[in-house]
Write a protein that binds this ligand. Structure first.
Ligand code: NDP
Length: 476
């Protein structure tokens, strides 16, 4: 009897995905390069569903019902290429190879094009939620052809997280669209985490509050507009005491944030497309700064930080200000991420429905949050919305918190508390709503030193001023 679907790569992610598929009634072929891992899988989980195990990739492919669906969940990069190449040799036109690893979207585009030539559907599929999500319901972002989604959709939707009965999985768009959206999801995750970290730092330095007290504030925030997985786990982490030392857990963790690269990819792509994703960029650079040890050491020695306490007097007012500033900054970071998706959708011809992206991020993934419903509603109101911040709900939400946001950023600057994401989000907000920007001066400078020309406010065309001559203007 043939299997409905196969999973190759039975490390933690693939193993849990295979179990999730089996729990939903699918007959699952399983394979791993090293067979002992497959044997262990069968010993630990073989009773949880119907599995067909193969030692060789040939037998694995032969155990799949046509058109075959093989999910590849192996180490990203060369490992993925090796497995895809070997599978492609064994598969037939009409079969589907799904890469659920963390591939970089240009690799997915390249792989999709190569396999398309051979009539094989290649689906780059973003999966978010870590190992827990893979087992109990992740957010799933599949790219690839519409035809492949017809076969895959029901299966992937069945194993995805569900919110209000709606699956957190939809066809994102052609070739690399799925992995692209997963990448931006991770970029937004960086921004959201940085903003939360800044809010924590502000409360700690502004109020002199203990981590446990701040944990309680976060737990309270989690009952309102900020309700989200990241706020919830922040409350949990802050409440945790290190059993060994009895200190607050957050105080015994080294303050150097690591990164696996998706934030960097998102920022690189933002630069390529010319989309100002300042929240994600600041979050990525903040992690880089935290890990810049020689620079931090030199900075601490040569530029000792201000030591006087901030001494906020209105405790409740300050907590409320930080909450509002966090929400406003978060709206900006998400708005920027959705702008990036819109720009990529045009650039790569993907036709991505941004409202649907917010919908499939409501469950299963790290940035799941109540607030995503508001984003979906905004794009339902206006599918081509140029700026999320211009949607009436967000306009109100941000303008309600604007004074608080300014007080928090000003207070942080005066007291020497670094808030790169809060501050840059406010600067973006003020920039995007400015009647006129000093970019006019930059264009004039460019024309002065490089004859790059400028456009005038009062008539069409491009012009150049003869700066080193008589300063007359000529048409450019
Ligand atoms: P790893 O990234 O640790 O990869 C290990 C698996 O890859 C093993 O099954 C290994 O086989 C296989 N593998 C490595 N190289 C090759 C090769 N050349 N040929 C065949 N198989 C190979 O596994 P994870 O489960 O942690 O992650 C799988 C994928 O999921 C990765 O792309 C990762 O980036 C992504 N991921 C996604 C997360 C998410 O939240 N979406 C979270 C974590 C990971 P063997 O046993 O023979 O060594």
């Amino acid at each position: 009897q043939l299997a409905d679907v196969g999973v190759t790569g039975l490390a933690v992610m693939g193993l849990n995905l295979a179990r999730n598929l089996a729990r939903h009634g699918h007959k699952v072929a399983v394979h791993n390069r090293t067979y002992t891992r497959t044997e262990k899988f069968l010993a630990d989980h073989g009773e949880e569903g119907t599995f067909v195990a193969s030692e060789s990739l040939e037998d694995f492919v032969a155990s799949l019902e046509r058109p075959r669906v093989a999910i590849v969940m192996v180490k990203a990069g060369m490992g993925t290429d090796a497995v895809i190449d070997a599978l492609a040799e064994l598969m037939e036109p009409g079969d589907i190879i799904v890469d659920t690893g963390n591939a970089h979207f240009p690799d997915t585009i390249r792989r999709e094009h190569a396999l398309r030539e051979r009539g094989i559907h290649f689906v780059g599929c973003g999966v978010s939620g870590g190992e827990e999500g893979a087992l109990n319901g992740p957010s799933i972002m599949p790219g690839g052809t519409v035809e492949s989604y017809e076969r895959l959709g029901p299966m992937l939707e069945s194993i995805s997280a569900h919110v209000d009965g709606v699956p957190c999985c939809t066809h994102v768009g052609p070739d690399g669209a799925g992995h692209f959206v997963k990448m931006v999801h991770n970029g937004i995750e960086y921004a959201d985490m940085q903003l939360i970290a800044e809010a924590y730092d502000l409360l700690r330095k502004g109020l002199g509050a203990t981590p446990a007290e701040i944990g309680e504030i976060f737990a309270e925030w989690n009952t309102g507009d900020l309700e989200s997985y990241l706020i919830e786990i922040t409350a949990d982490v802050l409440a945790h005491t290190d059993p060994e030392t009895g200190q607050a857990f957050v105080d015994i963790v080294q303050d150097q944030a690591e990164q696996k690269g998706t934030g960097r990819w998102t920022v690189q792509n933002g630069l390529d497309l010319g989309v100002p994703i300042t929240g994600i960029a600041e979050a990525t650079f903040a992690r880089s700064l935290s890990g810049s040890l020689p620079q931090r050491e030199a900075g601490r020695r040569a530029l000792p930080a201000k030591t006087a306490a901030w001494e906020v007097t209105d405790r409740e007012g300050f907590i409320d200000d930080v909450r509002r500033a966090l929400y406003a900054s978060k709206v900006v970071a998400y708005s920027q991420g959705f702008d990036q998706i819109a720009a990529a959708s045009v650039e790569y011809d993907w036709n991505i429905d941004r409202g649907a992206m917010a919908r499939i991020w409501r469950g299963g993934c790290i940035i799941r949050a109540r607030f995503l419903d508001r984003i979906t509603e905004a794009y339902e109101r206006e599918p081509d919305l140029a700026l999320l911040l211009a949607d009436p709900y967000f306009t109100d939400a941000v303008s309600d918190g604007l004074e608080a946001w300014r007080r928090v950023v000003a207070g942080a600057a005066q007291n020497g508390v670094p808030t790169p994401a809060f501050s840059s989000s406010l600067a973006y907000y003020d920039g995007v709503r400015s009647e006129r920007l000093p970019a006019a001066l930059i264009q004039a400078q460019r024309d002065f030193f490089g004859a790059h020309t400028y456009r005038r406010t009062d008539r069409e065309g491009s012009f150049h001023t003869l700066w080193s001559g008589d300063r007359s203007e000529i048409a450019g």
